[in-house]
Design a protein around this ligand. Structure first.
Ligand code: UTP
Length: 277
C-alpha cells in the first residue's frame, strides 16, 4: 500500500566535517555499505520499490551509487571480486530512483516538501539515512503494517535519557495499544525540563499526503528551520498521528559516537555470521 519512500538527504552533515566536505554524509560507510543503502534496503524489505531522494549541492555521489558503473563492471566481471557487487546490483534491479534538489537547506520539513514533486498525492515513507536501524523485521516493515490498520501518519519513537531530549522531537500522547501512542503534543528539541516525555522521534515516518499543504503553511520554528515536528502537530490536532515504539536498535550515525557504535555493532554481527558459516 505504501509504494514510495522519500530520503531527505540534503543536509550539510557539519558534524562530520571535513569528511562531508565533498562526500555526502549519506555515503559514509558502515563497514562496506553507505548509510543510504541500508535505508534503501530497509524500504525494499517493506515492499517499497520507488525511492525518491532529495539531494543538494555536492551530493551527486548518491546518484552514481545507485547506477551501473560500466568501467567497474567491465573490470571485475568474471573475476573473484565480482561477488562484491552482488548486493548493490540487486538493489539497483529491484527499484527505481528519482531525485530532486532542495535548493536552500531550510530544515527537514522544507526538504520533505521539496519531495512532493516525486511523491504526488499518496501516502509515503520517509527514511533519514543517518538513523541506521537494525531489527529482525525492518522498522519500515513494522510501520507499513501498522499503517494498514490505522491509515494515518505514523512516527517511529524510542525512549531516550531525559538529559538528551534537546536532540530530538519529543512527543506526548495516550497509549492506545502497547507501544502505540495517539499524539497529543510534540516539541522540537525541548530542554529536559520542558520535555513532555522521554519519547523521542527517530528518522522513520509514514506520512499521508495532506502533510504537504500543512508544511506549506508551517512557519519556521526551532533554529529558524521549517520543522516536520510542527507540521505533524498540526496534523495531529486536525485528525490523528500515531507514535510507534518499534522493535529494534537505532544508531544515530549523524553523530560520531553513534557512527562508531553502529560500526562496532555491524562488525561484530558480520563476524558472528562468518563463524556460523
Ligand atoms: P540533520 O540536522 O541531522 O542533518 O538532519 P545535517 O544538517 O546534515 O547534519 P549536521 O547537524 O549539520 O551534522 C536530519 C536529516 O534531514 C536532512 C539531512 O540530510 C538528514 O538526513 N535535511 C535536514 C535535509 O535534507 N534538508 C535540510 O534542510 C535539513
Amino acid at each position: 500500500m505504501i509504494k514510495k519512500c522519500l530520503f531527505p538527504a540534503a543536509g550539510y552533515g557539519t558534524r562530520f566535517l571535513p569528511a562531508t566536505k565533498a562526500t555526502p554524509k549519506e555515503m559514509l560507510p558502515v563497514l562496506t555499505k553507505p548509510l543510504i543503502q541500508y535505508g534503501v534496503e530497509e524500504a525494499i524489505e517493506a515492499g517499497i520499490n520507488t525511492m525518491a531522494i532529495v539531494t543538494g549541492r555536492g551530493k551527486r555521489a548518491i546518484e552514481d551509487h545507485f547506477d551501473i558503473s560500466y568501467e567497474l563492471e567491465h573490470q571485475i566481471k568474471g573475476t573473484s571480486k565480482e561477488p562484491y557487487l552482488t548486493e548493490i546490483r540487486s538493489v539497483i534491479n529491484s527499484c527505481t530512483f528519482s531525485y530532486t534538489r532542495q535548493i536552500e537547506m531550510k530544515g527537514l520539513g522544507h526538504a520533505i516538501l521539496a519531495g512532493e514533486t516525486l511523491i504526488g498525492n499518496e501516502p509515503f515513507a520517509v527514511v533519514l539515512a543517518d538513523d541506521l536501524c537494525d531489527a529482525k523485521k525492518g522498522v519500515l516493515s513494522q510501520m507499513t503494517e501498522l499503517y494498514k490498520k490505522y491509515q494515518c501518519s505514523i512516527v517511529a519513537i524510542e525512549e531516550v535519557p531525559k538529559s538528551e531530549t534537546n536532540k530530538y522531537g519529543v512527543i506526548a500522547g495516550n497509549e492506545i495499544e502497547p507501544g502505540i501512542f495517539m499524539i497529543k503534543d510534540m516539541v522540537e528539541k525541548p530542554e529536559p525540563k520542558d520535555a513532555p516525555s522521554n519519547l523521542a522521534i527517530i528518522g522513520r515516518y509514514i506520512l499521508t499526503p495532506d502533510i504537504f499543504d500543512i508544511i506549506r503553511t508551517t512557519k519556521p520554528g526551532k533554529g529558524g528551520e521549517i520543522q516536520i515536528t510542527d507540521a505533524l502537530l498540526t496534523q495531529a490536532k486536525k485528525g490523528m498521528v500515531l507514535a510507534f515504539k518499534f522493535d529494534g536498535t537505532r544508531f544515530d550515525c549523524g553523530s560520531i559516537d553513534g557512527f562508531v557504535e553502529a560500526t562496532n555493532h555491524f562488525y561484530n554481527k558480520s563476524k558472528k555470521n562468518e563463524s556460523k558459516k
